[in-house]
Ligand binder design. Structure first.
Ligand code: PMV
Length: 336
């Protein structure tokens, strides 16, 4: 096989309607559809080279040799690509994020999106974004949404062949801003995998599933017609709904927990501040993934006003904020 080094880039995505609970844990088939926006301000760059001189895969993540689970997850993904391409050659993988490591933002979505694109091209395959999205999903569920740009819906599907993401609108459709506020750099005590596993044991889980069709329709419509107040309200209620499931889930390996609380005191402080700011006429809303950090959504023209309000909060001056516009899908940077 000819040696070809391929570099791809991808952005992490932020869920407006959350993926929370799996129908099939091995294949990462979710219980429900989800909708996200790609975070154009944060980027993962991944280079893959298949090299017949290697006896095993070599994986470097942010400049350090990957070990343990992170190494295994990449090797497993390369195995999927090798099996699709019918090759047995080992690979060298180098992946870097331009956002701070351990800032509490999952890099697995951008990581597996960039890896899927770079590795398939380097192995001589030319998959379209939908097929790549199915492949990336096997590495990390939410990664399937980072293949497409802008606003994206992951169709839950019933099996490996039908669980894939599709674009709702391209990045230029709506000039929104996401201000990702770093409130905690601590590793969360329950991984998203643990949260997915525990979710169906919440007595509220069935009620969430029943209300999701309405939420999905509200968010799709708000994106289509660029209705910011409707998007903010639907997104905020949805984030709190997901966290209500987490807080009322039975986590089997932590029997001393009554539920999973990802929030910290400053998370709640910011939730309340956002509600207050909206009451004062600022069009801003929040969403929160499986962690303590808060992502604020607003129109591009309100970015400075929102940043100013953040600055005025206790600890505001020392709080790190990462700003994104809607980002493009995964793409090739170099192919040599
Ligand atoms: O893709 P995972 O297994 O890291 O799960 C992501 C879960 C959330 O970020 C909380 C929600 C989502 O849809 O991204």
């Amino acid at each position: 096989m000819s040696l070809s080094s391929v570099t791809a880039i991808a952005h992490p995505n932020l869920a407006l309607v959350k993926y929370w609970g799996k129908r099939d844990a091995a294949l990462n088939i979710p219980t429900n559809n989800s909708i996200s926006i790609n975070l154009g301000g944060l980027t993962t760059t991944t280079t893959v080279l298949f090299d017949s001189a290697l006896v095993e895969d070599s994986v470097t993540l942010n400049g350090a040799t990957a070990r343990g689970t992170s190494h295994e997850r990449v090797v497993q993904h390369l195995d999927r690509v090798r099996s699709l391409a019918g090759v047995g050659v080992r690979a060298r993988v180098d992946s870097r994020n331009d956002f701070p490591a351990s800032a509490g933002f999952a890099s697995s979505a951008s990581g597996f999106a960039a890896l899927s694109l770079a590795a398939t091209r380097a192995a001589g395959l030319d998959l379209d974004a939908t097929a790549l999205s199915r492949l990336a999903r096997l590495g990390s569920g939410s990664a399937c949404r980072s293949l497409h740009g802008g606003f994206v819906e992951w169709i839950a599907g019933d099996d490996d062949g039908s669980s894939q993401a599709e674009q709702l609108a391209p990045p230029e459709h709506w000039d929104l801003r996401v201000l990702s506020v770093v409130l905690s750099r601590d590793e969360k005590e329950l991984s998203s995998a643990g949260g997915h596993e525990a979710a169906p044991r919440s007595p509220l889980f069935e009620a969430r599933l029943q209300s999701l069709d309405t939420t999905l329709a509200q968010v799709r419509r708000a994106v289509r017609v660029r209705d910011l107040p409707a998007l903010l309200m639907a997104t905020e209620r949805e984030a709190v709904n997901m966290h209500a499931i987490a807080m009322t889930s039975t986590v089997v390996d932590k029997p001393w927990w009554s539920g999973a609380f990802y929030w910290q005191p400053r998370t709640l402080q910011l939730i309340q501040a956002v509600q207050q700011w909206r009451g004062q006429g600022v069009q801003v809303g929040f969403t929160i993934d499986a962690g303590a950090n808060v992502h604020l959504l607003c129109a591009a023209g309100d970015e400075d006003a929102v940043a100013q309000r953040l600055l005025e909060l206790p600890h505001g001056a020392s709080t790190e904020i990462l700003v994104s516009a809607p980002g493009e899908g995964a793409r090739i940077l170099a192919d040599s």
